[in-house]
Design a protein around this ligand. Structure first.
Ligand code: URP
Ligand code: ZN
Ligand code: ZN
Length: 469
């Protein structure tokens, strides 16, 4: 079946042009002006629309046993949410805790996703302990095409690794050519500060941020960078939230450490006053690293535009109101996480591109091309070129709407961005040539998505800050 996307304006990380796209089967067959539809082709009228490569969310949690409960989404619901929001590939964190078996965890996550996702997906494999069996297990996982690791410097005794375990993981990653992503907060300081605050009777959600201050994240980021430097490994800081941590990452970049930086949707748009709201209203906004003082936001936007922040993910992790209330007595029991997979593209377009904070090419780069390059998916994903997978977002910049939990696909009873107006949304979204979304509705095949196996050689290093101005 042929699909012809006609009359749109193609926008990639480095190019903007009016041209048509002929999709043949699962890939892009031809790009050019005035293409003529073959008999039986479906023609998608893209006049007045922007045509983007499918967006890639490099950091999501779908199946996640965490903090005495489970994140709410399934691969069916999360992938529909992703797709209506223009995300055609996500990378999920496989997170067995440190008392569980790594390989069994990997198999569990794969089984959960298999045949359920409407979009393509890959995994980051969390290494939550390092013992005699770990190296062989990780080699097997890498050979299966999961070529990125995840470590947590936080969450003591659960997901968190010791410095020794971080060192072993990074040495192995360096030898395999694997990139290691890291949650950078000092676990011991968080644990001590939590106990101190609770002992002082400070139990509400407003104390979550003071229990993990900016300095604690900066220390974790600097330590991760030092370990990368010592091992020669390649690293990626996830959900960086504040200026001191950014400074630590940029200093490391400047001295040649192979480190990239991700920030996530909530940290660009929400500040700590949301989590200071009384009761469950505040609990809805608990995530780690926490929402910060709003002075950080301008710096995050500037660094994103300059390419010092490489990518924008979501850290999508929905817990509903009942789950959040597990922490009604102590903020340390509030499940950490805020959903965002459905809204990342529209909000970054509206609040970034439309407000003049983010160049449209840097927008495509940070939300699609650079994640593809860093995680071994490029050029199959992350751009529009002949031979690439036909993951296309025909984007309507004239659409106006309001975000609301009442009409979301994400399986949750609230949306942290409730009431925010968006200026643009996907009109049509294709995954490997199949139309999965039309005008905000999922219309496709729920189980169409495939696991993307990646080789270690495919990864493209992108050291240079691009589009700096
Ligand atoms: O609060 C968060 N970020 N929840 C998900 C787990 C993690 O740390 O990424
Ligand atoms: Zn994290
Ligand atoms: Zn996360």
């Amino acid at each position: 079946m042929e699909l012809l996307i006609k009359g749109g304006e193609i926008v990639t990380a480095d190019m903007r042009t009016h041209a048509d796209i002929r999709i043949v089967g699962e890939t892009i067959g031809e790009i050019g002006p005035g293409l003529v539809a073959s008999p039986n082709a479906e023609v998608i009228d893209a006049a007045g629309k922007l045509v983007f490569p499918g967006f890639i969310d490099p950091h999501v949690h779908i199946y996640l046993p965490f903090m005495s409960t489970f994140a709410r989404d399934t691969h069916v619901t999360a992938s529909k949410a992703a797709l209506v929001g223009g995300t055609t590939t996500f990378i999920e964190m496989v997170c067995p805790n440190r008392n569980e078996d790594t390989l069994e965890g990997y198999r569990t996550w794969k089984e959960k996703a298999e045949g359920k996702s409407g979009c393509d997906y890959a995994f980051h494999m969390a290494v939550t302990r390092y013992d005699a069996a770990t190296e062989a297990q990780l080699r097997e996982i890498v050979a299966d095409g999961t070529t990125s690791f995840k470590i947590f410097l936080s969450y003591k005794n659960f997901f968190g690794v010791t410095d020794e375990e971080m060192y072993c993981t990074l040495k192995l990653a360096a030898s395999l050519g694997v990139i290691t992503t890291a949650h950078c907060e000092n676990a011991e300081l968080v644990a001590q500060l939590q106990q101190m605050l609770l002992a002082e009777g400070k139990t509400g959600p407003q104390w979550h941020e003071p229990s993990r201050p900016e300095s604690v994240e900066a220390e974790g980021t600097a330590r991760f960078a030092t370990f990368l430097e010592a091992t020669g490994a390649t690293g990626y800081v996830v959900h960086l939230s504040c200026v001191p941590a950014l400074r630590a990452a940029v200093e490391a970049k400047l001295r040649g450490v192979k480190i990239s930086v991700e920030s996530v949707l909530p940290h660009f748009l929400l500040d700590k006053t949301f989590a200071e709201r009384p009761g469950v209203e505040g609990m809805k906004y608990i995530m780690s690293p926490p929402l910060r003082h709003e002075r950080n936001q301008a710096a995050l936007w500037t660094a994103l535009q300059a390419g010092l922040i490489d990518t924008v993910g979501t850290d999508h992790c929905p817990f509903d109101v009942e789950q959040k209330l597990l922490g009604r007595k102590e903020f340390t029991q509030i499940p950490n996480g805020i959903p965002g997979i459905e809204d990342r593209v529209n909000l970054m377009y509206t609040c970034g591109v439309k407000r003049g904070r983010l160049d449209i090419h840097r927008f495509v780069d940070a939300l699609s091309t650079r994640p593809a390059k860093l995680f071994g998916l490029y050029p199959r994903k992350g751009t529009i070129m002949v031979g690439a997978d036909a993951d296309i977002v025909v984007y309507d910049p004239e659409y106006r709407g309001t975000i609301s939990a009442a009409n979301q696909y994400t399986n949750n009873d609230y949306n942290g961005f409730e009431g925010t107006e968006i200026e643009g949304r996907p009109a049509v979204v294709t995954v490997r040539g199949k139309v999965q979304v039309r005008d905000g509705r999922f219309v496709g095949e729920p189980g169409l998505g495939r696991m993307l196996r990646r080789s270690t050689q495919q990864r493209v290093e992108t050291k240079e800050p691009v589009y700096a101005n």
